[in-house]
Design a protein around this ligand. Sequence first.
Ligand SMILES: C[S@@+](CC[C@H](N)C(=O)[O-])C[C@H]1O[C@@H](n2cnc3c(N)ncnc32)[C@H](O)[C@@H]1O
Ligand code: SF4
Length: 409
Amino acid sequence: MASLPEGDPAPATGELPDSAAVDAQLRSMHAYVHIPFCRVRCGYCDFNTYTATELRGVTPSSFLDDLSLELELAKRVVRSAGLPERELSTVFFGGGTPTQLRAEELVNVLAKLRDGFGIAAGAEVTTEANPDNVDARYLQTLAAGGFTRVSIGMQSAVPEVLAILDRSHDRANVELAVHAAKDAGLQASVDLIYGAPGESIDQWKRSLDAALALGADHISAYSLIVEPGTKLARQIRSGELPEPNEDEQVEKYEIADAAFSAADFEWYEVSNWSRGASSRSAHNLAYWKSNDWWGFGPGAHSHIGGTRWWNVKHPATYAQKLLAGQSPALAREVLDERTRLFERVLLEVRISDGVSIDVVKALNPNASQPISQAIADGLVDAVEAIRGNLTLTLKGRLLADALVRDLLG
Ligand SMILES: C[S@@+](CC[C@H](N)C(=O)[O-])C[C@H]1O[C@@H](n2cnc3c(N)ncnc32)[C@H](O)[C@@H]1O
Ligand code: SF4
């Protein structure tokens, strides 16, 4: 499972440095809630999630009590840090599989966040969902309880690819879940993965067609990452499965972008497309624009005004810390100005609004040369660059990481 960064020790009280409150009125506040449960683990996934036998006595009910303790801690910490009162602009339940909990339980956690922080009018409230464990009643309960959006792990529409990915759902479950979400008045997003070992171009096109036929408002398409330590990594090492083909990954991205554009979806982040600006994920945009969020739950990351911290990973350790009256944070980093600017470039260059050239030049006063080169190479939009912004072209989206290295020298 992916390890966490090292960082500095985090205070047991959870308290924040004074710097966290500086200019806080200019940033919005958000909440992420990590639900660390999955019925089975998919072969490719190294998210911080646990199946029933790995939970060392933690149950959904004890976990919900632990979350409530972290919520009380968050209220105390935010109040004593001198932060202004800010209602939550978005809430996102991720995992793991949040829909392993009952819909009423998710609604109850949301109600506690509403009591504790307030939820802004028109806030986006999303949960990730596994197509296997949601139905019409489940989604109606979420909608009635204040959820506005559901993000469904579709991954592929092709049975052979779903089998290689170790997924337990089939295409019909996804259709039912998206249609039930729309009927309940929820926005629906689907996640796709491209580049599973052996996936052909034709199979990928079939998944794209199927995703577009669903009538979803938003699609995320992720290139498969072979995470060390996963069953998939072992299957590739032993020769049981072929390595993903990197050239084909590029081709699959281009095919996806063309298919989405033809269906009136626009890209707004390298891996994300939406039907118009109102269907973008406001929560993910808040991360990419370095706003403030509290990440509740084991392994969750938080960021407030340049202080970043992350919780202990195992739900049992998370419970022990909170029951002992301590913050569940494992470690933290207080970012200096330069690192904050660096992160802005890294994140903002990947969104369609782009990153301001002023920010790039604050880090690298000699950036004019690599910027001219990026325009000449067709990586960034020339007209936007004249307006002072670097926004990626299709070619630039495929080479975003290399471009950042060149820009920052
Ligand atoms: C927490 S899961 C979504 C909800 C639910 N657990 C599910 O899988 O249906 C978040 C998304 O991360 C993506 N993901 C997970 N592991 C990945 C990997 N190794 N490479 C690329 N995408 C990955 C999948 O698309 C997945 O839908
Ligand atoms: S992809 Fe989703 S369902 Fe599969 S193990 Fe990861 S978090 Fe669980």
